[in-house]
Ligand binder design. Structure first.
Ligand code: GRG
Length: 300
């Protein structure tokens, strides 16, 4: 397996899907549709949609169906729309108040606050419209996908994690339990959902979905710990977003609580645990395993 070539193939498919499934920038009102595409088309690692595509392919190759396999691309685009909405809203002055995202001025800097807010709202709504429309011929699947993404994005997970994060910033120091709640929900929920959506699209059974969920949870925690390490050690140009923000705000992070060395060890342990869950699945997992390892050693 040529990891770089496979990653390139998946990312190219995602980029094509984003263009295909988003309203044209000229759609009325053009300012809103231009803003939706602005942050979406700025790039990013595309981790979550790539996880959807690769996981769906894994299951489709293990148990090929008699009919044409279900296309996972609309679901991959849906999760990237949802993730991008959360980035746009997170950057707003009322939240993290950031100027740089994906190497570009944030949406509210490029447009204005109200347009950025509405672009985020529209991307969130579009994610669910896309799932409902694209899988309408398979209502059971459509229902499962919508339910999974809604649960991951809702008040108990992504939005709840963001709320807990904002509350923790106002305190002198968050506890390790609070930090785990924030990261399990703000970060791991979407990564978990990406693997589960891919599993649902590929026809995974209940036991396999449970392994995917645990793999996503561990990958998500590793991803956030590494995000904290990069915030403390990398530069703004490499990250494409403001570096050093956590220390400046004296924010409780894995690095602040445990130091760099233990944080690196914890990230490695979660990556190993995620790999252990993938190992329990049938089929050729080499791309997903290499992706886990690449995420564990990423520099942006
Ligand atoms: C506003 C509901 C709401 C949620 C915001 C995504 C988020 C929650 C906050 C952004 C800040 C942050 C550090 C979130 C943790 C998850 C994370 C590391 C997101 C960035 O994901 P990447 O690195 O970004 O995959 P790209 O740009 O590569 O897609």
């Amino acid at each position: 397996m040529d990891f770089a070539a496979e990653l390139k193939r998946h990312v190219a498919r995602v980029e094509h899907g984003l263009d295909l499934y988003l309203p044209a920038a000229t759609t009325r009102p053009a300012r809103l549709h231009t803003a939706m595409r602005y942050t979406l088309e700025a790039g990013g690692k595309r981790l979550r949609p790539v996880l959807v595509l690769a996981t769906a392919e894994l299951f489709q190759s293990v148990a090929p169906s008699a009919t044409a396999p279900t296309d996972p691309l609309p679901a991959a685009v849906a999760i990237e729309c949802l993730h991008t909405y959360s980035l746009i809203h997170d950057d707003l002055p009322c939240m993290d108040n950031d100027d740089l995202r994906r190497g570009r001025p944030t949406a509210h800097k490029q447009f204005d606050e109200a347009t950025a807010l509405l672009a985020g709202d529209a991307l969130l709504t579009h994610a669910f419209a896309l799932l409902a429309e694209s899988y309408d011929a398979q209502p059971t699947l459509a229902h499962a996908l919508i339910r999974e993404l809604a649960a991951a994005a809702g008040s108990r997970r992504l939005i709840g994690g963001q709320m807990a994060d904002l509350l923790a910033e106002k305190k002198f120091e968050a506890t390790p339990g609070e930090l785990e709640f924030i990261h399990l929900n703000k970060t791991a929920a979407m990564i978990e959902a990406a693997l589960v959506l891919g599993g649902l699209l590929g026809g995974a059974g209940t036991g396999e979905l449970a392994h995917l969920r645990r793999a996503g949870r561990n990958l998500g925690l590793a991803f956030q710990i590494i995000d904290d390490i990069l915030d403390a050690t990398a530069d703004t140009a490499t990250l494409g977003k403001t570096a050093g923000k956590d220390a400046k705000a004296d924010k409780t992070t894995f690095v602040k609580l445990h130091g760099l060395e233990i944080s690196r060890r914890l990230a490695a342990e979660h990556t190993t645990a995620a790999r252990g869950e993938l190992d329990r699945l049938l089929g050729d997992k080499s791309f997903l395993v290499a992706l886990l390892e690449t995420m564990a050693t990423r520099s942006r």
